[in-house]
Each structure stands twice: as C-alpha cells, then as structure tokens.
Design a protein around this ligand. Structure first.
Ligand code: PAF
Length: 286
C-alpha cells in the first residue's frame, strides 16, 4: 500500500491507473472505525484500485468548532487500511492541499441551508469544496459515502449531477454499535456519562420508526414527539429534531402526515457534553 502526501503525485498516479482500471475512493478525516472499513469494503467491490484520503478539512469547521480537538491517529489509520486491502492512502498537509492563493468555494444551494447548515454556516461549502478537489486529485470513478451524514450525501450527489462529474456517488447504510449508537470518530470524545446520554439517540430513532409503523396517519409532530421523549431521558442539548423529505431536506410542519411526504426521513442533531452527534432514519413505507 502506498502512502502519499503530494496532490500532484497522487493525481498523476491515479490518472494512469484510470486508463485500465476503475478507481474507487473513500474520503475520510481519519481516526477510522468499523464504519469506514465498511466504506472501504464497498469501494473494493466497485473498483480495481481503492484509494482512501485522510484529511481533517479546515474549510468545513466553523471558528468555534472542534477542528483542533478532532481526533487524529495517522499511523493507526494507515495500519488499518493496509490490513483492509487499500492500494493508496492520500494524506496531504493543509498547506499542500490549500496553498495560500486558494480562493474557490463550491456552494450547493437549497440543500445546504437547513438541518446542519443552520447551525454550521459554511460547513457544506467546505465539504463540497474539499470533495470536488479530492475527486479530481484521486481521479475517482466511484466515491463511497455513509448515510449517517445524509445531508452531506445528498449535497454531493447533487453537486456531481449538476457539474456532470464523471463519477458515481455510492451511499452506504449507517453502521451502528451494539447499543445502536451510529459509529462516528467523535464517539471517542464522549465521557462515560455523555455516552449514556448519546445512546438515547438510537432509541429516539427506534421510537419514531415504531410509531410511524404502527400509526397509519402518523403526523410529523407525533413522530418527532416520540423521538423527543427518548432524547429527554438523556442529558442532551437538541440542535434539531426534524422530519424532511429526502429530496429537499426542508423540514416539514408538524401537522403534515408522513404518508403524504415522499421519502420522509427523521434527522437528529444533539450535543452530548461538548460532542456533537447526528443520526437519521427513513420513515418511508413502514
Ligand atoms: O464525512 C467526512 O468525514 C467528511 O465530511 C469528508 C467527506 C471526508 C470531507 O472532509
């Protein structure tokens, strides 16, 4: 397995590979867990060459967010990726990736303003910008993204379609711990007390899903109330708890019936201590 830091070297190499192979790419911010390995497994099914980037992208962090605190463990990550059969790890330094004269920003309008976009202004602009650049540098034919970051996934699918990018965005279902908690690099920042509270999030999801399944005319408000009741049992600060159609990501009002929404999805963002966690679940056809 190669570990390379220079965008130019990686681009030359992956363009060469692309002549007679498909490149499957998994972008990450490192501190890898089982969820990332699942993305790598999928990448290996899609492409002959598997490329993983490790880069904590400063552009997607706000001034008061956890860029400095974001966990980093390059040596361990590299070992894990070697064992997972990856061909190339691209781990640029911020200076190499964003030279001083870097000025471009990608904005996917309409999908970036709600849910996480509301409390994290500029976040999705940073994600779309880094991803477009990473797709170019790694000459990706396929890029694999987890559904935990569902809004991110929808934004990148839209960017790829709007800009006619020559690659397919492949979604991967959420990977959960035994407790139900969605895997995230940020989980390791949770204290034992925070973790107890965080485990209310999958219970909230389960409660909303169950209600949606059992009550034919379940409204958005009822599904949200079922989830809120579970969240209230933990010491959590709720950022948002919304139901939105997968297509628009614009939260629906509480009166609306789930059955009248095409592909309704419940979205949750909370803080457990100082750690921000997100999760989501489809409430469709159940
Ligand atoms: O989901 C993430 O880890 C990041 O947002 C991504 C896609 C690697 C871009 O920095």
């Amino acid at each position: 397995m190669l570990v390379l830091h220079s965008p130019q070297v990686v681009q030359e190499m992956t363009l060469r590979w692309r002549r007679d192979a498909k490149n499957a790419f998994v972008p990450t911010m490192g501190c890898l867990h089982e969820g990332h390995l699942k993305l790598v497994e999928t990448a290996r099914r899609f492409g002959q060459k598997t490329i993983v980037s490790i880069f904590v992208n400063p552009l997607q962090f706000g001034p008061n967010e956890d860029f400095e605190k974001y966990p980093r463990q390059l040596a361990t990550d590299v070992e894990m990726l070697e064992a997972a059969g990856v061909d190339l790890v691209f781990a640029p330094s911020p200076k190499d990736f964003y030279p001083a004269q870097f000025r471009t920003r990608i904005q996917v309008q309409g999908l970036s303003e709600h849910l996480c976009g509301k409390t994290r202004p500029g976040h999705f602009e940073g994600v779309a910008t880094v991803c477009l650049k990473l797709f170019e540098v790694t000459s990706a034919d396929f890029a694999i993204f987890g559904e935990k970051d569902f809004q991110q996934l929808r934004i990148l699918q839209t960017m790829a379609a709007d800009l006619n990018l020559p690659l397919a965005i492949v979604p991967e279902p959420i990977v959960r711990e035994e407790s139900g908690l969605a895997l995230s690099s940020r989980n390791r920042l949770l204290s034992p007390t925070d973790r107890n509270s965080a485990e209310r999030v999958p219970l909230a999801i389960k409660a909303a899903r169950q209600l949606a399944r059992e009550v034919e005319d379940c409204s958005v408000g009822e599904a949200i109330a079922a989830a809120a009741k579970e969240l209230a049992k933990g010491a959590l600060v709720v950022d948002y708890l919304s139901v939105a159609p997968e297509e628009t990501l614009i939260p629906e009002g509480s009166e609306k019936l789930l059955k009248d929404i095409a592909m309704p999805r419940l979205f949750i963002a909370v803080k457990a201590g100082s750690t921000r966690l997100i999760d989501n679940v489809s409430l469709r056809g159940i």
